[in-house]
Design a protein. Structure first.
Length: 140
């Protein structure tokens, strides 16, 4: 019996972002996630002929609870970590709230240094969050 995903305000549990060169690997990931009962946004299934690609992707990102960036090969990870300033990923969620995540710090501090995936778990971008970021930068 296939497990049921928990009810949510999001249309998708996971949005998979990837380079087209990694399509086959990400397709297998999408199948495994669906097998676990998750609702997955995957471009080759969500974007139809004639769709505006950018609008479709924007809708998918906003309608997904979690954004997963699939990066390969390892040199791509090094690119993000070695930028002169921290790189932030910013999205607007289904409630139109803006959330952000420091991708550079995430990649530097996670336990699995070999993984090619970034799981977006951004905090709400509001004044207190901006102040915390400002204070952290000023403390350097």
């Amino acid at each position: 019996m296939r497990p049921m995903a928990a009810p949510t305000k999001f249309a998708y549990d996971v949005f998979l972002s990837h380079n087209s060169k990694d399509k086959e690997r990400v397709r297998r990931l999408a199948e495994r996630l669906r097998g676990a009962g998750l609702r997955v946004w995957f471009d080759e299934e969500a974007i139809r002929s004639g769709d505006d690609i950018y609008l479709a992707i924007g809708h998918g990102v906003g309608a997904a609870r979690t954004l997963v960036l699939c990066l390969a090969p390892a040199r791509h990870l090094e690119f993000w970590v070695n930028q002169p300033v921290d790189v932030y990923l910013v999205i607007r969620d289904a409630d139109h709230a803006i959330r952000w995540m420091n991708v550079t710090q995430y990649l530097k501090t996670r336990g699995d240094q070999q993984s090619r995936q970034i799981v977006f778990d951004g905090e709400k971008l509001d004044a207190p969050a901006a102040w915390r970021m400002r204070d952290a930068v000023m403390a350097r």
